[in-house]
Structures are given as C-alpha cells and as structure tokens.
Design a protein around this ligand. Structure first.
Ligand code: NAP
Length: 222
C-alpha cells in the first residue's frame, strides 16, 4: 500500500486529506500538535504522530520516528494565517512565528524526509497559497503572504537542487476553502478541494517539479 504523511491533519484540509487517502486504501501517517485530535484520525485507521511545527529539533529528528515506513507522498499542510497588519510590536513578533510555521518548518521537514521519499520514488507537496503570489497580490495579510512567498521560493530552490533525483516537489494553492482559516464565505468545500488536489497530485510528473499550481493543476504566477 502507498503511504502518505500529512502535517496538520487534526482539522481542516489536512484532516480531509487523511479521510480521502484512508478511504482510497492508503496508509496514512497523520501529524497533530494536540494529541486530543488523535482519536478521530485513529478512527480512520491512521497512525498519529505528535509534531509541533515550531519545534525545529523535533522536525529535524522526525524521520527517525518513521524508520521502517516508506513515504510515497509527503503533504506539508500545517499553516497559520497570523495578524492582518504589522502595526505593533506584538504583530511583528507574530510574523516571525508565521514564517517559522509556514515557511521554515515545511522546508526543514522536506530536507529531512528527502532521502526517504526519494527512495520510494515519491512526491512532496506543499500546501501554499495564491496569497503568496507577488504578481497576483490583492494586499493585506502581510505576514501570511510573505510567509507563503518565502515557502514558494524555498521549495522552488529545493526542487531545482534535487532535479534528477527520483522525487517531485510541487506547491499547490488549495483554492479558497471553507475551513476555520478560509471562513464560511469560502467558495470551495473541503471534499471538493482535496478531491481535485488528489487527482492532480496523482498525475504529477517530473515536468512539474518546482511548479506552483492551482488546485485544478493550472500554473499560477509567482
Ligand atoms: N482554507 C483556505 O482557503 C486556504 C487557502 C490557501 C491556503 N491554505 C493553506 O492550507 C493549509 C491548511 O489550512 P486550513 O484551511 O485547513 O486551516 P485550518 O483549518 O486553520 O488548519 C490549520 C492546520 O495547521 C495546523 N497548525 C497550525 N500551526 C501549527 C503548528 N505550530 N504546529 C503544528 N500544526 C499546526 C493546525 O493544527 P491545530 O489544530 O493544532 O491548530 C491545523 O491542523 C494551510 O497551509 C493554509 O495556509 C488554506
């Protein structure tokens, strides 16, 4: 059975990925920072690991906890939205936290997991955001946009540096999705977003290594 590793799988898009891959017969390794979220995931048959994206030492050591499991697909999904404006010392401090969770953590994990995913000829997917597109910016949410632009730059660089190895790294905007983060006015349901993402991920080839794609597979401007 293929195995998928999903971060931030206790709720939102991450939980929906866990649901759909489990239903499709995959082995699911789901990470949460709050062990209280483990029960629902275990009900899906997932293996649950506790992991906080701000714990860099824990992230670097994480692959050792997966010894014996092969990883065919790594989905770096966990993310935070942060303050809307950088108009106080407190907000400026939160920007650092948003950057750590949204950009540094997924990149550290990708580097750490690279040998394992390459050994399986697998794929790594970052759930980034269209809000990280500088060409396409509509303003606001400065910390979030900057963190996702940084994630895009980091994963693009990593993808180019592993070109030729049997691994594909791709960045996806999941759409505007009805989750705690997306809010109730979002245009897409979690099942529709994730079903589309799964279809596109399944069809990814090495030609899409380093690409920034919409959830329907269309390329997005940087
Ligand atoms: N919803 C949208 O419209 C939309 C649009 C574009 C991109 N995205 C991206 O899609 C991804 C999933 O978002 P979502 O909409 O599902 O958001 P969500 O419902 O707010 O869920 C966020 C997930 O990230 C986890 N997380 C946050 N900080 C963490 C930390 N320090 N350590 C470990 N886990 C942490 C949360 O865990 P806890 O439960 O422990 O907080 C939760 O599982 C994010 O990367 C987001 O930026 C979403």
């Amino acid at each position: 059975l293929p195995t998928v590793l999903i971060t931030g799988a206790g709720r939102g898009i991450g939980l929906e990925f866990a649901r759909q891959y489990a239903a499709a017969g995959w082995e699911v390794i789901a990470t949460v920072r709050d062990p209280a979220q483990a029960e629902m995931l275990r009900g899906l048959g997932a293996r649950v690991e506790t992991l906080d994206m701000e714990d860099f030492a824990g992230l670097a050591a994480f692959p050792a906890r997966l010894a014996g499991s092969s990883i065919d697909l790594f989905i770096a999904n966990a993310g935070v939205s942060g303050p809307q404006r950088i108009d106080s010392a407190e907000a400026a401090g939160q920007w650092g936290q948003v950057h750590a969770v949204n950009a540094v953590a997924p990149t550290l994990l990708a580097e750490a997991l690279l040998p394992k995913v390459a050994a399986a000829g697998g794929k790594m997917v970052a759930i980034t955001s269209r809000m990280g597109s500088i060409a396409d910016s509509s303003g606001g949410y400065i910390a979030y946009r900057a963190s996702k632009a940084a994630l895009n730059a980091a994963w693009r660089a990593l993808a180019l540096s592993v070109a030729g190895q049997p691994v594909t790294l791709t960045m996806f905007h999941p759409g505007w999705v009805k989750t705690d983060m997306g809010g109730p006015n979002a245009l897409l349901s979690m099942p529709d977003s994730v079903a589309s993402l799964r279809r596109v991920i399944e069809s990814l080839s090495s030609a899409q290594n380093g690409a920034f794609l919409n959830y329907d597979g269309e390329p997005l401007p940087w």
